[in-house]
Design a protein around this ligand. Sequence first.
Ligand SMILES: Cc1cc2nc3c(=O)[nH]c(=O)nc-3n(C[C@H](O)[C@H](O)[C@H](O)COP(=O)(O)OP(=O)(O)OC[C@H]3O[C@@H](n4cnc5c(N)ncnc54)[C@H](O)[C@@H]3O)c2cc1C
Length: 476
Amino acid sequence: MSVTELSAPPAIAPAVERSLSGWGRSSWSRCAVRRPRGAAEVVDALASSARSGRHAIARGAGRSYGDAAQSQGGDVLDMTGLNRVLSIDPQRMLVTAEAGATVGQLMARLSAHGLTLPVVPGTRHVTLGGAIASDIHGKNHHCDGAFARHVTALTLCTPGGEILELTPESDADLFYGTLGGMGLTGVVVEATVRAEPLSSPWVTGDLDRTNGLVETLELLSGHERHRYSVAWLDLLAPGAKMGRAIVSRADPLAPGDAPRPARGRRGVAGSYPGALSRPPLADVPRAFPGALLRPSSVRMFNALHWWAAPRRERGRPLALAPYFFPLDVLGEWNRLYGASGLVQYQFVIPSGREGALERCFALIAERKVPVYLAVFKRFGAAFGGALSFPLEGWTLAIDIPASAPGLGAALRDLDEIVAGSGGRVYLTKDSRMRGDAIEAMYPQLDRFREQQAQIDPEGLLRSDLARRLGLCGAGE
Ligand SMILES: Cc1cc2nc3c(=O)[nH]c(=O)nc-3n(C[C@H](O)[C@H](O)[C@H](O)COP(=O)(O)OP(=O)(O)OC[C@H]3O[C@@H](n4cnc5c(N)ncnc54)[C@H](O)[C@@H]3O)c2cc1C
């Protein structure tokens, strides 16, 4: 046996057959899952799929709600095995990490250098690869744009097995096409992202309880000076109260203003990175009865939630991790929706088309869609690839039990209003749209298909989402 053979890395572990779904647990696929541990294994895994004529797609933490990270009868590359933070450059404020590193992991490592990520989603569990492929947004999109704007370089494994170092200068089309490209241009192996100073592990929050939609829009609109803003909307409130909300706006707290820790307790700064890796307080049990989420109980919950909020509160210090990631305290909360799972429907309506927004809200109320969670916010200018979701306007994300009667028809009608207004539905949350619905929503779709066919002429990369919506150029 030669020395090369002795020191050669072990071959990639064989694929394991699994049923996979997104976070919504509403559409499932049988897939063969491989967990590569380095770029070479990603190349091997893609080559093996190509040889056997099977489709392949990358998967991060599986936090997309729909069917973007699975491929029925195909191969899935579970990227969580590539999860090292490779370097942090505090002077240039850049972090380079493998694609399977999570947002929580990156924030914890950056905090040791007094830095943080400029854009984070509502859960710390998403991976860097998933954040790039969905071009995720946070509560500060109106100030800082989405994740793509802060990515400076990518290492991409192409369907043909090449490893490309991409920057906006080296290949602008492929670089930007990958930002928001839903994993269809290649497998991101590592990436470099701009960080920013972490002024303190606290924000200072203002809360307002509004009485209706007009007041809610006013608080979140053009002259908004806060860096973070988001509203929880009561869409089931009757008449003029519809659109009443709890509007939360916040800004980073200056270091000197951070609350002092109580005596004998761990230091404030010390507790921050800990909060980014803390396990949930409780897990929802496997067989949770979804029937508990009846429309009548949802309506009652919404009303109580609204009444329980203070009318107006100013300058309350809030710890950063629970402020950004409130849902992470409850493990597997998607099981709350029972065996049929949940649909998250998120759309954006362009600024100036507020009439369409009101029609959407009215439709949700008329059809009695049982909306448990409705998160509303304002987006700033669009940036990123052809399939990137955010555009300047208003975005609403609603969680609905997948088994709600009449849901399919109600969402199809909403799709029409959204598309007719020049808006769009967020692909990473979708599990149900049809191909014809998205042509108007993503006017650069043809350009994306061309790019995709160029990089993947054999049609190797396909997710269930891509097949259902016809996102790819070559083949079906
Ligand atoms: C509780 C909760 C809150 C959320 N809040 C927000 C929010 O505030 N804003 C927001 O924008 N989104 C939000 N999301 C959605 C989530 O951020 C995105 O769906 C994100 O893409 C999930 O990342 P992931 O690592 O789980 O990727 P997955 O769900 O595994 O995959 C998502 C997509 O990324 C692709 N992908 C994954 N890894 C790679 C890779 N290495 N190379 C190429 N492609 C890859 C997959 O093919 C797929 O198309 C939330 C989700 C949950 C569950």
